[in-house]
Ligand binder design. Structure first.
Ligand code: GDP
Ligand code: IMO
Ligand code: MG
Length: 431
């Protein structure tokens, strides 16, 4: 049975954690393929809330969970996350960590923070978790990998080589304190002891699981528009977030993937800087934020809120090859008499397009062209079937499906695991 990718179709925080947790009920192995503790995935089950950073959402139901080579890992944060879950009675012994994943070192965090400060108005608005500097060192081939943590000689050598340069940067460019080799090595080794039982050849593990007919979910962090190559550069993260990255991030061939489920909110949010055509002006922005609880899981920052952008979502459908869409947080829109949906962008020369602009300046200056759909003004929390949705809410879902030409297979009506309505292919996903 081929693997299923779950990918964020907007700028992150679409509710991927919740959807992966739900689909995990019907899966054997859940794998994260990109990113690190810049992700924040909130899962609510029976009134209990879990906030995950590194671990795939399958952990809440104690599935075998893989952190793939495409991820970056902050060892102290990962250990804290494992301990926290174990302390809450969740079995974490089936967490598998790739030795090829790169390690976020303290200098990466310091450089991320200091470089954002230095950029001032031009900052990206990163989560300041050291993500960009870690992926940069990986690409520059001077990174430290998880497997390096287990060899004291290699570890010290690599830290020493890194510090010779990083300390110059920290002190001379960023005015920060230099770091000390032995203290860093000891901190790494303490974490290594705790992580050792989790290290596995995760590419091999997933390949074998696929051969045995196990059901595999490949969970993406962040979202399509934060992808390093295909997102709104430079206001992006530093990993491959799109579905195509799942195969590379885990170490399987793309032929092993059979379905790609995009997750999108029924509106849009964005954290950090960068262009956002459908960002709501006026009091409705605050209403959406309050009703949707749109505050960052990682940084607590206010998320910027906008109306659903079908141009961007059509783009996400294309670059991920979506086979199904999960439309989350439809319940939040119950507060509005009318719900605008962006169908096209108007460019600076007055022409209109329904294709996502390939050039950054066109995107920065485009104006959304809206169609205003009727609202429904009824709570959705208690709907048990798609047919129970108010007529206007159903029309909203059908409209999205029609405009994207992708089945909306799952619809979110509340934060709890059970608050999802399935139809078509969605029924098979959650059965
Ligand atoms: P992720 O990063 O994509 O996993 O999303 P986050 O967890 O950062 O943000 C999504 C938030 O919306 C979380 O607090 C979820 O509990 C919540 N959520 C997910 N689906 C729904 C839904 O259908 N309705 C409502 N009201 N909340 C939802
Ligand atoms: P989940 O997985 C929302 C954003 C940051 C910033 C940019 C770069 O919870 O959906 P980084 O720290 O990655 O270098 O920051 O990317 N960003 C996210 N926004 N949800 C996320 O993850 C994000 N991960 C990164 O806000 O604008
Ligand atoms: Mg999130």
């Amino acid at each position: 049975m081929p693997a299923t990718v779950i990918v964020g179709a907007q700028w992150g925080d679409e509710g991927k954690g919740k959807i992966v947790d739900l689909l995990a009920q019907n899966s054997d192995v859940v794998c994260r393929y990109n990113g690190g503790p810049n992700a924040g995935h909130t899962i609510q089950v029976d009134g209990e809330t879990f906030k995950l950073r590194h671990l795939p959402a399958g952990i809440v139901s104690e599935k075998e969970c893989v952190i793939g080579a495409g991820c970056v890992v902050d060892p102290e944060e990962l250990v804290a996350e494992l301990d926290d879950l174990a302390g809450r009675g969740i079995a974490v012994d089936r967490v598998r960590l790739s030795g090829n994943a790169h390690v976020i070192m303290p200098w990466h965090r310091t450089i991320d923070q200091a470089s954002e400060r230095r950029l001032g108005k031009l900052r990206i608005g990163t989560t300041r978790r050291g993500i960009g500097p870690t992926y940069a060192d990986k690409a520059f081939r001077v990174g430290i990998r998880v497997q390096d943590l287990f060899d004291p000689k290699i570890l010290r050598q690599k830290i020493e080589v890194a510090l010779a340069e990083k300390n110059l940067w920290l002190e001379r460019v960023y005015g920060a304190e230099p770091l000390e080799l032995e203290e860093l090595a000891e901190r790494c080794e303490t974490c290594a002891q705790r992580l050792r039982p989790h290290i596995a050849d995760t590419s091999l593990l997933v390949d074998r699981a696929l051969r045995e007919g196990k059901r595999i979910l490949l969970e993406g962090a962040h979202g399509t528009l934060l992808d390093l190559d295909h997102g709104t550069y430079p206001f992006v993260t530093s990993s491959t977030t799109v579905a195509g990255g799942a195969a590379a991030g885990i170490g399987i061939g793309p032929t092993r993937i059979g379905a790609v489920v995009g997750v999108a909110k029924a509106y849009v949010t964005r954290v950090g800087e960068g262009p956002f055509p459908t960002e709501i002006e006026g009091p409705d922005q605050v209403r959406v934020r309050e009703l949707g609880g749109e505050f960052g899981t990682v940084t607590g920052r206010e998320r910027r809120c906008g109306w659903l952008d079908l141009v961007a979502l059509r783009y996400a459908t294309r670059v991920n090859g979506l086979t199904a869409l999960a439309l989350t947080k439809l319940d939040v829109l119950s507060a509005f008499d009318e719900v605008p949906v962006c169908l096209r962008y108007r460019l600076r020369d007055g022409t209109e397009t329904d294709d996502f602009p390939a050039h950054q300046s066109d995107f920065h200056h485009c104006e959304p062209v809206y169609e205003v759909l009727p609202g429904w003004r009824e709570p959705l929390e208690d709907c048990a079937e798609l047919e129970d949705l108010p007529e206007a809410a159903r029309r909203y879902v059908d409209f999205v499906e029609h405009m994207l030409d992708v089945e909306v297979s799952l619809v979110g009506t509340g934060a709890d695991r059970e608050q999802v309505l399935a139809r078509g292919r969605g029924a098979a996903l959650v059965r």
